[in-house]
Design a protein around this ligand. Structure first.
Ligand code: F6P
Length: 325
C-alpha cells in the first residue's frame, strides 16, 4: 500500500540542524506529491493530537535556525501501551500512514515498538549532538556542537594563560565522548576524559606535573559529562585534594552546545537524510535510520542502530597524548 500522508516530528534532545531536516522532509514530500503533517513535541504531541498540515512556505527561512520549530520532548506516556494506543488513534484520525522521526536511540526505540504494535512505518533521521548513533558517520547537530565548544575553549584558553590556571571544561555527552575528543583535539587540550576510556586522577596529575616540568603555565582538561571519574567539578576537587597549590577553575558549557545556527555540514547532513527518509518510506522501507557513511546514504535497521555502540576512534584519543607532549 503506497503512502499518502506522512507525519514528521522531532524527539529527544534538540540539535542544531533539526529545522533543516524538517524543511527537507516537507519539501521532499511536496516534490513527490505526498501530503505532510507536522507533529508538535514528539510522541507527546502525537498522543495529544497536536498535528497540523505543513506546506512549502511553512518551512521557509528555517534552514539556518537552531532548535526545532516542531518543538521536542521526551515522552513518558508513549512508553506505556495506553499512550501508544492514543497516539495510533490520533494518527488514524489524521489519516497519517507513515512517519519521519528526527531524534536519537530513545526515539527510534519508541518508533520500532510502535510499528510492531500498530504497523505505522517509520524512518529515522539521526538528530543528536552526541554523535553516538551506529549507522552514520555523523549525526545532525554534532558538528555545530563541536564548533560551539571549540569557540568557548579558545576563549577560556586566553584567560587560563593570563592567570596560569588549570581549567576543567565539561562538555555534553552522557554516554559518549565524541564532542570531548573532537573539541579537545581542536582546542589543544592537555587531557580529554571520556566515558569510553579510563583516565584516572593519577593520570591527570602525572600529565599536569610533566607539563610543569616543561614550563607549561596553564592547562585545559576536557571532561565529557559522563566520564567514569565524575563530572568536571568532582574531578577538579579530586585533583585539588592531591595537589593543593594548583589554581583550578571549572567551566560547564552545558546547553549552549545544543543551540545556535547549524554549520554547513549539519545543514547538508540534515537535508540529505530528510530527503532520504521520505524516499525510503515511499519505496516501502520501515524501521530504519537514514544515515550517511562515506558520503553515501545508508539505511540501517533501528534494531542495529539501537543495539550497536559506536566506538570512538582510539587513534584520536592516542593523538591527544601525542599533541600535548
Ligand atoms: O542527548 C543529547 C544531550 O544533550 C546529552 O549530551 C545530554 O546528556 C542530554 O542531552 C541532556 O538532556 P536534557 O536537555 O534533557 O537535560
Amino acid at each position: 500500500m503506497s503512502i499518502k500522508r506522512i507525519g514528521v516530528f522531532t524527539s529527544g534532545g534538540d540539535a542544531p540542524g533539526m529545522n533543516a531536516c524538517i524543511r527537507a522532509v516537507v519539501r521532499a514530500c511536496i516534490y513527490h506529491e505526498v501530503e505532510i503533517y507536522g507533529i508538535k513535541r514528539g510522541f507527546d504531541g502525537m498522543i495529544k493530537g497536536s498535528i497540523n498540515p505543513l506546506e512549502s512556505h511553512s518551512v521557509s527561512n528555517i534552514v539556518q535556525r537552531g532548535g526545532t520549530i516542531l518543538k521536542s520532548a521526551r515522552s513518558m506516556e508513549f512508553m506505556t501501551l495506553e499512550g501508544r494506543k492514543k497516539a495510533y488513534q490520533q494518527l488514524r484520525n489524521f489519516d497519517i500512514d507513515g512517519l519521519v522521526a528526527i531524534g536519537g536511540n530513545g526515539t527510534f526505540t519508541g518508533a520500532k515498538i510502535f510499528e510492531e504494535e500498530f504497523g505505522i512505518p517509520t524512518i529515522g533521521c539521526p538528530g543528536t549532538i552526541d554523535n553516538d548513533l551506529y549507522g552514520t558517520d555523523y549525526t545532525i547537530g554534532y558538528d555545530t556542537a563541536v564548533n560551539t565548544a571549540l569557540e568557548a575553549i579558545d576563549k577560556i584558553r586566553d584567560t587560563a594563560d593570563s592567570h596560569n590556571r588549570v581549567f576543567f571544561i565539561e562538555v555534553m555527552g552522557r554516554d559518549s565522548g565524541y564532542i570531548a575528543v573532537q573539541s579537545g583535539i581542536g582546542g589543544g587540550a592537555e587531557i580529554v576524559m571520556v566515558p569510553e576510556t579510563d583516565t584516572t586522577i593519577d593520570d591527570v596529575i602525572s600529565t599536569l606535573e610533566k607539563g610543569k616540568l616543561k614550563h607549561k603555565t596553564s592547562a585545559i582538561i576536557i571532561v565529557a559529562e559522563g566520564d567514569e571519574e565524575g563530572n568536571a567539578t568532582e574531578i577538579a576537587m579530586k585533583v585539588k585534594e592531591k595537589i593543593s597549590d594548583l589554581d583550578i577553575k571549572v567551566t560547564t558549557l552545558g546547553h549552549i552546545q545544543r543551540g545556535g545556527s547549524p554549520t554547513a555540514k549539519d545543514r547538508i547532513l540534515a537535508s540529505r537524510t530528510g530527503v532520504a527518509a521520505v524516499e525510503g518510506l515511499l519505496k516501502g522501507m520501515k524501521n530504519v535510520m537514514a544515515g550517511v557513511i562515506n558520503d553515501e546514504i545508508v539505511y540501517t535497521s533501528f534494531e542495529e542502530t539501537i543495539k550497536n555502540p559506536k566506538p570512538i576512534n582510539e587513534d584520536l584519543i592516542r593523538m591527544v597524548n601525542i599533541l600535548s607532549v
